[in-house]
Design a protein around this ligand. Structure first.
Ligand SMILES: [Zn+2]
Length: 288
């Protein structure tokens, strides 16, 4: 059966890496953040510059497809039965779940999250204020995800990097896709994923790599860890979301029966904003 696997989560949740791990299979293809190609919002989204450097890069054909036929044609053109999409953008994920369902494609939604201290570190090291990371990333994203009623399998990114083999094996079982030894060595396959994490992309290009188990926090950050832990413990909204994420952790997607998919008000607002952004895209200083 043809499968579409969405990798969801906040920014810096490790979605590019998980996309590539699942895509590391001759029967699979990692699309990356494909929503940005069809619904561009930054200037660099208007061009596909695949890091593969191959003359016969599959994006030469794929980029000509339109949004409505995209996944169906991808299965045909790439001759695979698993597509991995790490767009994360919720209106896109809602739309692709609904469309795929109609076309007999089975959809899985993997929702990634990090342990609180590690989550805050990902933003702290990029000079993002922690209040902003809490409100605009963690609370906003996961709250909205749960409002959609989308079926999901959640996965703790920190557990994945601590024990990639065991965790990926469990995930593959739930996704009903094959696991083989060293599937987690995503850099061993030539990928063509769009956009996403620059660091992970570099790992693929280097084609020899390793999964970093634990990050060594600098002293400045170590000093604020007790405060972060205390704030998180007292934060009811944060705790509620964490609890909900844990309930779904590496459990079958049908663990809570397939609810109806909802389109909350923010779905329509985000779509209007995206239309405007498409006309007036943001300049992005990072080269992808
Ligand atoms: Zn390519």
């Amino acid at each position: 059966m043809r499968k579409l696997i969405n990798i969801c989560g906040t920014s810096r949740s490790g979605s590019t890496m998980v996309d590539l791990m699942i895509g590391n299979d001759p029967q699979a293809f990692s699309l990356g953040e494909v929503h940005a190609w069809f619904r561009p919002f930054r200037t660099h989204h208007f061009n596909i510059i695949c890091s593969c450097g191959q003359i016969n890069c599959p994006w030469k054909k794929l980029k000509l497809l339109n949004e409505n036929e995209f996944y169906e044609k991808c299965f045909e053109l790439l001759n695979v039965n698993i597509l991995v999409d790490s767009s994360k953008n919720l209106p896109w994920v809602i739309d692709n779940n609904i469309k795929a369902l109609k076309k007999g494609i089975k959809v899985y939604n993997v929702l990634l999250y990090k342990q609180p201290v590690n989550f805050f570190y990902s933003f702290w090291k990029r000079n993002v204020p922690l209040k902003h990371a809490r409100k605009k990333e963690f609370v906003k994203y996961y709250k909205r995800f749960f409002q959609t009623g989308l079926p999901l399998i959640s996965m703790d990114y920190n557990k994945l990097v601590e024990n990639p083999e065991k965790t990926l094996k469990s995930l593959c079982k739930l996704l009903e896709i094959p696991y083989f030894p060293q599937k987690e060595y995503f850099w061993t396959k030539k990928h063509h994923q769009l956009f996403g994490s620059i660091g992970t992309r570099k790992q693929v290009e280097a084609s020899n790599s390793k999964i970093r188990k634990k990050e060594d926090y600098p002293k400045d950050f170590e000093n604020i860890i007790p405060k972060i832990k205390m704030d998180v413990t007292k934060d009811i909204a944060f705790q509620d979301l964490l609890l909900n994420l844990k309930i779904h952790e590496l459990k079958s997607q049908d663990f809570i029966s397939n609810n109806k998919i909802h389109k909350p008000v923010w779905y329509y607002i985000m779509k209007i904003k995206q239309n405007i952004r498409q006309r007036f895209p943001e300049k992005w200083k990072y080269i992808q």
